[in-house]
Design a protein around this ligand. Structure first.
Ligand code: PLP
Length: 491
């Protein structure tokens, strides 16, 4: 047994996790612009303390800064507009609604000059309720139902992003049956896959999304699926082919992958324009811009990414001798992710002792040494944040209801579900004196947390509170036990 390492780095911690110098400090990149710790020690957002939020709305609770959302949304729009002004007159920014969507957020998106990317009939319904103009909507999805396609046509959406040859055919038939023309983009898979700091380029595509640009097709003429789709779309009277689309991955920090995808798509677009004597006026380069979930994540400012992408679009168009199509992008996480933290209440605590090889500098290196890992249970878990379970995603956490001068202790924040994998924050240093009743805040939970939430173990999904000008209001109310029982039809 060796407990002498309290306050020092634990050998159980991953290499990237440093012991914070000050456990009460907030890493600005991980939090909304208006989150601070007061001199009394409480976390506040736009001046409202977490204790007040807990009192009024309970926990778990998603707490979002409206001002921060608007700043980030406008930041993307302005940065890309500036970078592409001389290339194609600016950029259309489609907020990816899949990351988090409700009527209030859809309204803010429109008010900040962005458009909205949806991928289901339900997301279109939110857009309709928010009064978003059809022309400013896109509809994605690899398996759109006929009803969703009809709904998109009813709403006169600006673009249906077609994912397969099969779907192209269905969209054409449905539009033709209505005597209408569907505005279509084709989603291509350019063989560029990016994640965080690396990207890989592959020739062939083995995934459910998109039309492959490689020659891996069953077409007799040996055309790629992407070219087959261009040829077919061009031949349909009920299809107006606007252009091409790609999305190369998520949580991407380096612009190289986006730049390579842009170059590949522009080259293909030029070839298709020449071969089929068509003009493809639009090119969408998707989303995937990374955010800071932990102190070691270092996202680039939107302006830096925009400039890098613009440089490649500019030079590729010059090389090809074409005018640039109108560029669009689809950021989700980078707009909403850091606007929100999840507020939990701490319940059960326990410490386990874990055997691990002794560090090389600790005398007899053959010995195993035992180190403590503390489990801190909170009143939510994988039902409000599935990302650690789904993707091994890392998060961070701080004690939010007070400051603490206690020593740091390696901790694992876990939920209350009947799954041993129900982890919210795999590794974080929290003060040794964390106790039941403390409030814990997990930053960076604006994207793909509420959106992926479930009722596992009949837990009610938490509400989402938006804070603005010193007041907090529910933008999505939390579920009640009655909500949970309402759909159960009884005996
Ligand atoms: N566009 C498409 C087609 C996507 O599939 C996604 C996410 O999966 C996005 C945009 C948004 O990605 P992110 O939230 O990482 O920006």
């Amino acid at each position: 047994m060796n407990d002498s390492h309290k306050g020092a780095a634990s050998p159980l911690a991953p290499e990237w996790l440093a012991v914070p110098e000050d456990l009460n400090a907030l890493t600005p990149s991980m939090w909304a612009e208006d989150v601070f710790r007061t001199s009394a020690g409480q976390l506040t957002i736009d001046g409202i303390s977490v204790a007040e939020l807990k009192e009024q709305f309970g926990t778990p609770l998603f707490v979002m800064s409206e001002a921060d959302f608007r700043t980030r949304a406008r930041g993307f729009k302005d940065a890309f507009d500036d970078a592409f002004a001389d290339i194609c007159g600016g950029v259309d920014v489609y907020y990816a609604g899949k990351s988090f969507l409700c009527t209030a957020v859809a309204t803010w998106v429109a008010e900040e000059g962005l458009r909205l990317d949806t991928c289901s009939g339900g997301e279109l319904a939110v857009a309709a309720r928010a009064g978003i103009a059809g022309a400013h909507l896109g509809l994605h999805g690899n398996n759109k139902s006929d009803a969703e396609i009809r709904r998109a046509l009813d709403m006169q959406v600006g673009r249906i992003v077609v994912d397969s040859l099969d779907e192209l055919d269905r969209v054409a038939k449905i539009a033709s049956g209505r005597g209408e023309t569907a505005k279509v983009m084709l989603r291509l898979t350019p063989g560029v896959h990016a994640h965080t700091h690396e990207f890989i380029a592959t020739a062939h595509e083995d995934q459910k999304f998109g039309l492959s640009m490689a020659g891996d097709t069953t077409d007799e003429a040996g055309l790629s699926a992407a070219e087959e789709a261009v040829a077919a779309a061009t031949a349909y009277h009920s299809i107006e082919l606007l252009g091409l689309h790609c999305h190369i991955g998520s949580q991407i920090f380096e612009p190289d992958g986006f730049a390579l995808a842009a170059e590949k798509l522009l080259t293909f677009l030029d070839a298709m324009q020449r071969k089929y004597s068509i003009v493809l006026p639009e090119l969408d380069l998707g989303g995937g811009y990374g955010i800071a979930y932990t102190p070691v994540d270092t996202p680039r400012p939107p302006a830096e990414i925009a400039q890098a992408m613009a440089a490649v679009v500019r030079s590729t168009c010059a090389k090809l001798g074409i005018d640039s199509p109108r560029i669009s992008i689809e950021p989700g996480r980078a707009i909403v992710g850091s606007t929100t933290f999840t507020l939990y209440e701490v319940g059960t605590l326990k410490t386990v002792r874990v055997d691990t090889p002794a560090p090389a500098d600790a005398g007899d290196a053959d010995d195993n040494v035992t180190y403590p890992r503390r489990y801190v249970s909170v009143d939510g878990g994988m039902s409000d944040n599935a990302r650690p379970v789904l993707y091994d995603a890392d998060y961070s956490a701080v004690v939010a209801s007070r400051a603490s001068a206690a020593a740091p202790q390696l901790s694992r924040v876990v939920g209350k579900h009947c799954e041993s994998g129900d982890i919210v924050v795999r590794d974080v240093y929290l003060p040794e004196d964390v106790a039941a009743g403390d409030l814990l805040a997990v930053p960076g939970t604006g994207a793909y947390c509420w959106a992926l939430s479930s009722n596992y173990n009949y837990l009610a999904r938490p509400g989402v509170v938006a804070v603005r000008d010193g007041s907090a209001r529910l933008i999505v109310r939390g579920e009640t036990e009655e909500d949970l029982l309402n759909r159960d039809m009884g005996v």
